[in-house]
Design a protein around this ligand. Structure first.
Ligand code: CA
Ligand code: CA
Ligand code: CA
Ligand code: CA
Length: 307
């Protein structure tokens, strides 16, 4: 891994804006005979850039050696005009908090199914879709000065003049609120982490194959328990599964995705028909594909209800 050194740019703190720019701001191939391919003369010049493209890629940018600096808070754009084209960018986190890597491609008429490989010196994640779209969108916690690489490519290696992409990295507000962090090691039921009423736990699938176990005992008068994960639907690069176990360690349920429409995160309401109300519940959370990275965060809420 090379050392990344470049100056920070001034930036403004903006709320996440997942909505792409208006269609009439999009680049189109029909209104010009010119190729959308950026040229050397375009590089760094916003005067010749298509509307809302603040930074055109500079080819070749096909390796870490030719990586291109990506300032935060602007729209960068590029094309896949050659077979297996990959576009390498690096960016630095201005402040502690959260960042978002947004791609706008298919949603803006591009033929490209864009994939993003997001990485730092020790970890990486690969995403080819976002929530309800084929355009990736990744939201993740950061510290000031963190350096990241982002590689944009076409998911199926297709290319051509209609295979363009836009992307923006920006600092965003925390997408969720929590009361405490996860306490590893919680990798087995024997070391399940106690979950106390009122907890909202911020946790991570920090490494490949991470298992997170929690133990929760509902209050005496509770009539139901709700288990909810907030993760992928808030931009985390995860596909989480929530498995429930009884006090004897037998699996009593598994939830791959939510019962809330369009919510891909596990959500389940347990009525007291499966186990004694006073018995502890054991919860295991894992990624369906066994993936893990610093980007793979999730929020766990367990709430008792009394209806
Ligand atoms: Ca390119
Ligand atoms: Ca390239
Ligand atoms: Ca964990
Ligand atoms: Ca764990």
């Amino acid at each position: 891994m090379r050392t990344f050194l470049f100056g920070l740019v001034a930036c403004t703190y903006t709320f996440p804006n997942p909505k792409p720019p208006d269609a009439n701001e999009s680049r189109t191939d029909s209104d010009s005979t010119e190729s959308d391919a950026p040229t050397d003369s375009d590089t760094g010049s916003t005067s010749t850039a298509p509307t809302r493209c603040d930074l055109l890629e500079t080819e070749p940018n096909n390796s870490v050696e030719d990586i291109q600096t990506l300032p935060t808070e602007i729209w960068a754009c590029g094309d896949f005009l050659a077979p297996a084209d990959a576009d390498f960018f690096e960016f630095v986190t201005p402040d502690d908090g959260w960042m978002e890597v947004t791609v706008a491609a298919a949603d803006r008429g591009s033929a490209a199914d864009v994939q993003v490989n997001l990485y730092d010196a020790s970890t990486s994640v690969y995403m080819s879709d976002g929530y309800l779209t084929s355009d990736p969108n990744i939201v993740f916690p950061v510290s000031a000065g963190d350096v990241f690489g982002a590689i944009f490519a076409e998911h199926t290696l297709l290319y051509g003049e209609t295979y363009f992409w836009y992307s923006r990295v920006s600092q965003v507000k925390p997408p969720v609120e929590w009361t405490r962090g996860e306490v590893e090691n919680n990798d087995a039921i024997e070391v399940a982490e106690p979950f106390i009423d009122g907890d909202v736990v911020m946790a991570s699938m920090g490494a490949a194959g991470d298992f997170d176990w929690y133990a929760y005992t509902p209050p005496d008068l509770a009539t139901a328990v709700t288990y909810q994960i907030k993760s992928a639907s808030y931009g985390a690069p995860t596909d989480l599964t929530l498995l429930r176990y009884d006090a004897e360690g037998d699996q009593v349920g598994v939830t791959y995705s939510g019962s809330i429409p369009y919510d891909p995160d596990p959500y389940y309401v347990e009525r007291y028909t499966e186990a004694d109300p006073a018995e502890p519940r054991f919860i295991q959370i894992k990624d369906a594909s066994g993936r893990g990275s610093r980007f793979a965060w999730y929020l766990l809420e367990i709430t008792a209800s009394y209806d």
